[in-house]
Design a protein around this ligand. Structure first.
Ligand code: ARG
Length: 267
């Protein structure tokens, strides 16, 4: 598809130069289009996120917002000639705020779901995940079925909440996963259900906490960048840049930086 796009672009260039060669006084037209392409300083893209979700978006010791999503969004914005300005919100408020026009986009390890697609549009999927169950080592919870009758922590408004409710269990809803994990350590909950990369990262970063995970048997989920419903222009730009980042290897570099392995196919 990219090659085809390139061919079309090249073809129009040829047509354009032929056209220019054919006419006399066209230098003005040419100059204007050049100026438009390089015009001024980078434009600002307002992006909403909930930076409590390492390794996707979190605030580091130096108080910088960092993570896989942050690097990916920067690479996309660089490609588009934009700079990114983040606006933080609780995760369960992001979709409404995007709809209200508070941001241009949301990147927040947000799963593309049919429910969300009713309110916002998403870019192409950029990562695959599933729900894992975090428990204390030695916990009697060994399978999804073992969750019945237990106290389960989730982040409010997430797919973790949805899958637990789907089991007929009312989970305890936390503002952020670190709070839920804290309760798991204190014995306030018996398990935390959250995105697999986040559970794995937490365990890796905190080996002394004696947390382990159960894979569960939940369906695969795909992350997308959300835009306001109908903002096809921005969505298309994101998709074009994403495609370029995959083709150039930049996507893989970012993936490797955060997950230490090559990016698997997103399927
Ligand atoms: N993937 C899950 C969802 O879309 C969890 C995302 C939580 N993201 C965050 N930045 N807190 O519901």
């Amino acid at each position: 598809m990219f090659k085809k796009g390139l061919k079309v672009a090249l073809a129009s260039l040829v047509i354009l130069s032929l056209g220019l060669a054919g006419c006399g006084n066209t230098s003005n037209t040419q100059d204007t289009s050049k100026q438009a392409a390089n015009s001024g300083s980078a434009k600002v893209l307002k992006v909403g996120t909930d930076p409590t979700f390492a390794p996707f978006e979190f605030v580091d010791e130096k108080n910088n917002t960092t993570g896989f999503d942050v690097d990916l969004m920067k690479a996309i914005a660089d490609d588009m000639g934009y700079t990114v300005q983040y606006e933080n919100s609780a995760f369960d408020g992001l979709v409404t705020s995007l709809q209200a026009g508070n941001y241009d986009a949301v990147i927040a390890a947000m799963t593309i779901t049919p429910e969300r697609l009713e309110s916002v549009d998403f870019s192409d999927k950029y990562l695959m995940a599933e729900q894992f169950i975090a428990v204390k080592k030695g916990s009697p919870i060994k399978t999804t079925a073992d969750l019945k009758g237990k106290k389960i922590g989730v982040q409010s408004g997430t797919t973790g909440q949805t899958v637990v409710e789907g089991l007929g269990i009312s989970p305890l809803k936390f503002d952020a996963i670190p709070d839920a994990m804290n309760d798991l350590l204190n014995g306030g909950v018996d398990a935390v259900v959250a995105d697999s990369p986040v559970v794995l990262y937490f365990i890796k970063q905190n080996p002394n906490f004696n947390i382990e995970y159960v894979k569960g048997d939940f369906t695969k989920e795909y992350y997308g960048i959300a835009v306001k419903k109908g903002n096809t222009e921005l969505k298309d730009k994101f998709n074009a840049s994403l495609k370029k980042l995959h083709d150039s290897g930049t996507y893989n570099d970012i993936y490797k930086k955060w997950f230490n392995v090559d990016a698997p196919a997103i399927q």
